[in-house]
Write a protein that binds this ligand. Structure first.
Ligand SMILES: [Zn+2]
Length: 413
């Protein structure tokens, strides 16, 4: 009975097992077809991405080889474009929009907050650098005694004054955006703000000697007005090279003259930051948005960036657009790359405005067109350097680069 029962059951299962095997074969075939189709689509998409890349990079085959989307041919001496990251090859097979400025863009660059306010204002990120997302946001305050910031960028006022909240990308710390935070006491008075400005000016003029009155008055005037602004404080280190226009000192950092890592400020120099704010406010009044795409960079950051470019393009090519560590102006805290640090910025309204007006705020366009043999770097419409208005106006009038004006070189020894 039991045997028979099992036999019957066994026989009754046989035909169904045959059907199952056929179905399985059909499914196998279908699966192979689907996988082949997916592979074909990936190959076609990859080929398209590669060919687009070669067009946008003007034949930079090295960039293609790495399949990393960086504006290598247009990078800055201090280098603000993303260093090639090999993982990007895997995670980012597609070419981004060529119009992408590859930097942070915020909806505001100045935030006003009261001490102890329950409101936690923040700057909304409108655009991320290539490869970065909301998850890569790293927020920090440069003075937590004045304001703190949480991991989402929400700002809390601690005591009256001004500081900067810095947003950077965890994937590429050279990508930064600065938000100026003005903290008032709960009554709304900003007396501390004025005091802060005056302190900065005194710090600058103590080293200067001559411009105390001018600088103090300039710092108490409205931000949008064009006023005199002194050169940044002199760093007392015989290892650094200063040139002079009259009694105005000008720190020189180029291929010939190095920055001493021990003197690095660790952030944008305060007069430079304040003057850049005024510059941005004036641009905004003319309907243009300027922002700091990259300011201060440390020796070690520059070392990482430069070495990446050397391994990608070779040292000779890298030296035309990327500074060796110790030789980047960004290490001084006096240089800023504005908006999009690439050739995409050339010929924009913003670049034209910057070239015309940066001198009014104490900045000079450091690497003008056609001066590569003199400055050591190709044309950069986005890189400005703070020198103070006395020097910037003089340089503008002369039509010369710093190297030409002082008769100095920019060559590695
Ligand atoms: Zn630069």
């Amino acid at each position: 009975m039991d045997n028979n029962y099992y036999n019957n059951d066994y026989n009754s299962q046989r035909p169904r097992r045959k059907v199952t095997r056929d179905t399985f074969r059909k499914r196998q075939l279908a699966a192979v077809c689907v996988i082949s189709l997916i592979l074909l689509i990936i190959i076609v998409a990859f080929a398209k991405a590669c060919s687009h890349n070669s067009v946008s990079k003007k034949g930079d085959t090295k960039a293609n080889k790495k399949a990393v989307v960086t504006t290598t041919t247009t990078a800055d001496p201090a280098v603000t474009t993303a260093p090639p990251v090999t993982t990007a090859t895997v995670t980012e097979p597609t070419t981004p929009d060529p119009n992408d400025t590859n930097s942070f863009q915020l909806d505001k660059y100045t935030i006003y907050v009261d001490v102890g306010s329950d409101e936690l204002p923040y700057a909304f990120v409108q655009q991320y650098p290539d490869g970065s997302t909301e998850a890569d946001e790293v927020w920090k305050s440069d003075n937590e005694a004045i304001a703190t910031v949480d991991q989402y960028g929400h700002i809390t006022g601690v005591s009256p004054g001004e500081c900067y909240v810095i947003l950077s990308s965890a994937k590429d710390p050279t990508k930064e955006a600065y938000v100026k935070v003005v903290v008032a006491d709960s009554s709304g008075a900003q007396t501390a703000t004025t005091a802060e400005g005056a302190t900065t000016a005194e710090g600058a003029t103590a080293a200067e000697g001559s411009e105390t009155a001018t600088t103090l008055s300039s710092n108490t005037q409205p931000q949008s007005s064009v006023t005199e602004a002194s050169a940044p404080p002199v760093i007392n280190d015989p290892a650094l090279h200063y040139e002079h226009i009259g009694d105005q000192p000008v720190l020189i950092v180029n291929k010939t003259y190095a920055m001493n890592p021990a003197d690095e400020p660790g952030g944008l120099e305060s007069t430079t930051a304040a003057q850049f704010d005024k510059l941005c406010a004036a641009a905004a009044a003319d309907g243009l948005t300027l922002w700091n795409a990259s300011g201060y960079r440390s020796y070690s950051t520059q070392e990482t960036i430069y070495n990446n470019y050397v391994s990608m393009s070779g040292q000779a090519t890298a030296d035309t657009f990327s500074a060796r560590p110790g030789h980047s102006e960004h290490e001084t805290g006096l240089a800023i790359d504005v908006n999009d640090p690439s050739d995409n910025f050339n010929n924009t309204k913003e670049a034209a405005w910057l070239a015309e007006h940066c001198y009014d705020y104490g900045f000079i366009l450091r690497y003008p067109q056609g001066k590569q043999d003199i400055t050591g770097y190709k044309y950069e419409s986005w890189h400005i350097r703070y020198v103070g208005t006395a020097v910037s106006k003089e340089i503008q009038k002369s039509g010369k680069t710093l190297e030409e004006y002082f008769g100095i070189t920019s060559q590695y020894q």
